[in-house]
Design a binder for this molecule. Structure first.
Ligand code: GTP
Ligand code: SPV
Ligand code: MN
Length: 611
């Protein structure tokens, strides 16, 4: 075996330069084999990073606890390093590439001393698909190696596809904890090495590069996911005329056997995984999963928008996942998984809040401390952003076509946030421009998926606020342009998917969710499905097309017509406030806000003022 399995000169040179800078003691080219996965796991077990779960309970699975300072994406440490500040736009942190590169070079110098540098060639999407893209991540984290194995397609097949001169996204990642310090002293390793005080998650869209330093967690470190498949890919997609979106894709089959594919953009921890795998409560309906977090959408030769799931696994929110709420996820998690920041049971299994109605009497919580189910200990046992990593292929409801290189034709797009007030259960856009408007003005309560104040409402357009790699107003314009290319105008959808907005999270006066959610969401999907065929009742309101309360099938569901009315209500005072808030928001996005969206706002304002 040669010590590098490729003759791609640019790749070899970049790996050599990275190694010269980071000074690892060893270089390992990942081949994607199971033996390699097992070695990465053993390395983590030996280092105290991971513990094996009881093989009788969770075969071939591990539990990892992170440093308490490194538990989620860090949006305030995430930068779009476009050549100009305008390129990053008002919603991204911008760093001048000329200034940040020397700073990063200093941080990366010697950062892998005493560690192995892993080279991970990966494909986002099925290898060889016209929609897929290749990346290479350099990392010093065996946790990243193991997770990338599950989340992407890794190894020699990718290098073969890349050939001698293929293009790829370059990602360099370091946890930032060398075992030999600058003054030459060795230091002990720790279970979750990281450098939380110096985190930088940097993206260079112009050169398709990512540099991530100081964090080992999730989207900060698994560079194929948010960094490549969303931030870099969104910028590339704009240039090349496609879309890289924070969306699940599901296949919905009616009792008559008709199938539609639905893509849905919800912000982090707002229900994508759950919707993608939901077990419908309405008889005869079937949901199958294509993807649960990211969708790449391109026009096919038939002129329709086709989507692939660029990932190969699920990195899902653990808390709240139960046999009751998401049985398909629970079945996916039975073996071959990585659990991060869950609690450990006394018999060597994992547990998190919401997994069972009653917690076990005793647990080891995610800091490794004893946890008792008594009044003295009310802290959660699993971190709110505890996650599972699972291979998509072992999901019982994965669709046969989930890895079809051609992708699936998208029939409908849903935009949804987590809003306690005024946003109705479901709305339909009048036309593509209005659909883009509904996506552009999305707002949602912040969740534990990113560091910051949970519950704070913020604008999160198309669920892409933390993930759009360029100016958000240009992104809106790109969405409008895609519609035009797809033949949509004020009267017809052309080849474009219909657009809807949903909100599972509206609360009543008592503070409780008004809508039962999860498998009951099929009742809303059924209406969406029928609307795509111009069936099902719909009413025109000031804020969109909305089903009359009786149009949502509530058969067998214990919900009053009063509650249904509340879920679908358009309250004039709240909407007058909402319009003012959208005006203020648009004003922050600058003069390049597309005119058609300003016009949508004017129309909305006129109609809401007339209420
Ligand atoms: P990311 O992986 O961060 O992108 O999250 P996600 O969008 O996939 O969210 P996920 O499906 O993991 O759900 C996040 C949280 O919302 C979990 O605690 C779920 O239990 C909860 N949730 C999901 N769907 C519903 C729903 O329909 N109603 C209610 N009330 N909660 C839900
Ligand atoms: C999200 O936050 O939307 C996630 C988790 O899917 S992470 O991969 O950490 O970004
Ligand atoms: Mn996500």
């Amino acid at each position: 075996m040669p010590d590098h399995p490729t003759d791609h000169a640019a790749l070899l040179q970049w790996v050599r330069e990275s190694a010269d800078l980071c000074q690892p003691s060893d270089i390992h080219w990942c081949d994607g084999s199971d033996a390699e996965y097992q070695t990465a796991v053993q390395t983590m077990v030996d280092a105290g990073t991971a513990r094996r779960l009881n093989p009788d309970k969770r075969p071939n699975s591990i539990l990892v606890w992170s440093d308490p300072a490194d538990v989620a994406r860090v949006e305030d440490r995430t930068f779009i390093c476009s050549t100009t500040r305008r390129g990053a736009g008002p919603t991204n942190n911008w760093a001048d590439p000329e200034e940040i590169r020397p700073l990063l070079t200093d941080l990366f110098r010697g950062c892998m001393r005493g560690r192995t540098l892993y080279v991970i060639p990966y494909s986002m999407g099925p290898i060889g698909s016209p929609i897929s893209r290749i990346g290479v991540e350099i990392t010093d984290s065996p946790y990243v190696v193991a997770n990338m194995h599950l989340m992407t397609r890794v190894g020699n097949a990718v290098l073969e596809e890349l050939g001698g001169d293929g293009t790829f996204v370059r990602g360099v990642h370091s946890i930032g904890y060398p075992l030999v310090t600058d003054d030459g002293k060795r230091r002990e390793d720790v279970p979750w090495p990281c450098d939380p005080a110096n985190r930088y998650i940097c993206h260079f869209p112009a050169t398709r590069e990512i540099m991530s330093y100081g964090s080992g967690y999730g989207g900060n470190a698994l560079l194929g996911k948010k960094c490549h498949a969303l931030r870099i890919a969104s910028a590339q997609a704009r240039e090349e005329g496609w879309l890289a979106e924070h969306m699940l894709i599901m296949k919905l089959t009616s009792p008559e056997g008709r199938a539609k594919y639905i893509a849905a953009a919800f912000p982090s921890a707002c229900g994508k995984t759950n919707l993608a795998m939901m077990k419908p409560t309405l008889p005869g309906w079937k949901v199958e999963t294509i993807g649960d977090d990211i969708a790449w959408l391109k026009f096919g030769s038939d002129g329709r928008l086709r989507g692939i799931n660029p990932e190969a696994g699920f990195f899902g929110v653990a808390p709240g996942t139960s046999w009751e709420s998401n049985p398909n996820a629970m079945a996916t998690l039975e073996k071959n998984c990585i659990f991060t920041n869950s609690a450990l049971t006394d018999d060597g299994d994992v547990w998190w809040e919401g997994m069972t109605p009653e917690p076990p009497k005793h647990l080891t919580e995610w800091h490794g401390q004893d946890w008792f189910d008594d009044d003295l200990h009310h802290e959660v046992a699993a971190h709110a952003n505890a996650r599972f990593t699972a291979p998509a292929a072992q999901c019982p409801c994965i669709a046969d076509e989930w890895d079809d290189p051609e992708g699936v034709p998208i029939d409908a797009i849903l935009f949804g946030g987590r809003r306690a007030t005024h946003v109705p259960l479901v709305r339909e856009a009048r036309n593509w421009t209005h659909g883009v408007f509904l996506g552009a003005v999305m707002s949602s309560e912040k969740t534990a998926a990113a560091s910051g104040n949970v519950g704070e409402v913020r604008r999160d357009p198309m669920a892409m606020l933390p993930f759009c790699g360029y100016h958000i107003a240009d992104y809106f314009q790109h969405w409008l342009d895609m519609g035009r290319r797809g033949g949509a105008d004020e009267r017809t959808w052309g080849n474009m998917p219909r657009v809807f907005s949903v909100n599972w999270f509206r609360r009543g006066a008592d503070g409780q969710f008004l809508w039962p959610g999860f498998g009951e969401n099929i009742r809303v999907l059924k209406w969406v499905f029928e609307r795509c065929d111009d069936e099902a009742e719909v009413g025109d309101t000031a804020v969109a097309l909305i089903p009359p309360p009786g149009a949502i099938d509530t058969a067998g569901l214990d919900i009053s017509q009063e509650t249904m009315r509340e879920l679908l209500a358009i309250a004039p005072p709240a909407w007058k406030r909402a319009v003012r808030s959208i005006e203020a928001y648009f004003a922050t996005l600058g003069p390049q806000m597309p005119e058609p969206l300003r016009e949508e706002l004017e129309q909305l304002k006129a109609r809401v003022d007339a209420l």
